[in-house]
Design a protein around this ligand. Sequence first.
Ligand code: CDP
Ligand code: MG
Length: 160
Amino acid sequence: MIQRTLVLIKPDGVQRALIGRIIQRFEDAGLKIIGMKMVWVDSDFAKKHYSEHVQKDFYKSLEEFITLGPVVAMVIEGVYAIEVVRKLVGPTEPRSAPPGTIRGDFAHMSYDFSDSKGIGLKNIIHASSSEEDAKREISLWFSDDELHSYKVVHEIHSMG
Ligand code: CDP
Ligand code: MG
């Protein structure tokens, strides 16, 4: 039940100075940040991270987007963290992401607008979407010694 997931505050989120407010939402939910760093991704690394999308029509725009500035990368741990983080993040398209979600509250772009302009869908944040993806993405972004084991106060509430 305790899972780890990879979260990226994408270049649009960093440039819009939303780092603190986004991290706050995960801390507020009682999730634990066990690794964090700022990284400026290059083209090769982007292809590794988004390997499932490399062949798709939108990939060129996506790569330009994810490499346009630094991202903040985090590993977040908690009970069903993969699912819970995706819930806080919201659906991929900000246009249809509900209020209360990170993508719904901090962005409003649509697929058709981004595609018509030939630009990436600016949606602030990435989060792993399955256990398999989380495992692969965490090992791509972080080495074992960059992930930390420590207690947060919320763990008092999870003691039997
Ligand atoms: O990020 P998420 O897992 O919600 O969505 P995805 O379908 O795995 O797509 C990865 C990322 O590609 C999205 O978050 C968008 O930023 C980007 N994308 C895009 O730029 N243009 C599209 N037409 C579709 C996705
Ligand atoms: Mg995805």
